[in-house]
Design a protein around this ligand. Sequence first.
Ligand SMILES: [Mn+2]
Length: 353
Amino acid sequence: MNKLNSTQTKQIKKILKQIKEAKNILVTTHISPDEDAIGSLLAANAFLKQLGKKVFAYTEDPPPIRHSFLKSAAIKQSDLTQVIKNHKIDLILFLDGNDMDRFTRQSDNLINIIKQNKIYTICLDHHHTGKPQQFQIYLNLNRSSTAETIYILFVDQNNQKLNSSISQYLMMAILGDTGRFLYQNPHYQDTFTIASNLIDHGANIEKITSQIRNFHPDELKIMSWLIANLQIEDGFNYSYITETQLKQIIALNITPDNYTGACHHFIDNYIRSTGANRWGFIINPDFNDPKFFKGSMRSIDGVIDTTVFAQELNGGGHKQASGFRLPAKNIQVALKTVLKVIKNNYSKALKSA
Ligand SMILES: [Mn+2]
């Protein structure tokens, strides 16, 4: 299983060599971290510690509270440039993204400090759009998740041992990015072999699912608004949260975690499976900065390439799941922009599906 071509094998050898030579390693993942981001980060942290490395696992955003059952406290929050300064970092492992802007809100500062300190950069990823040239080694094995790439790197290629906590981390990540083994996946044989091995070593799909799919009543309230705002168009569905609704959410002391959790659940489970349409999007004001609107697009395999739209909106991702962040005066303006981009690029996105 996990057959790699010679370029990939060489890259992996290079990565393992750099890890061996490094003293202080920073491992990080993208802002607004999801299951794959947190699970991959926790697993990479554990595998590097097995190798006797000094590891610093940091993100700029906190992990969602629903991941706390995995002792995600091992991940600390800080401005990444500060971590580099404080701990003489000589190697950074970036996980689950391939654009410095995904890892920090101040990418210019981060790029500068990396250059000044001659820090080696490695990126492990599985996305199809971005800026991989920003990293010295960029490894993308086209897997369903970054977690599978981590498994291949450390378990398959470096003979490292799984234990029950690492198995739980990797399983959570794979469950998150595969939609619980739902999505069409060219490497399905590897995915199921890895998953089976993780269960052998203590991962429990039912328990993990009950943790990450345990709804807070506030999430259901926000989902009811997304349901009320749902628009069924000729070809696609969409919904949104208005800036007035965000104000209400804040007034009700609803946490950012429950806000984004509700949006994720709605987009993953309803937008592409309501009525006759098989793709759609949602858009909602950024909790921390309501001058920006966050959008997510989802489609069923082979229906439409959503990255065609997402890239026009300065975002990216996968054909069936992509995202973007858009500055706009209000929800009406944001929606108008997105609908216009869809209209102007529809045939291109259909062709590219
Ligand atoms: Mn991922």
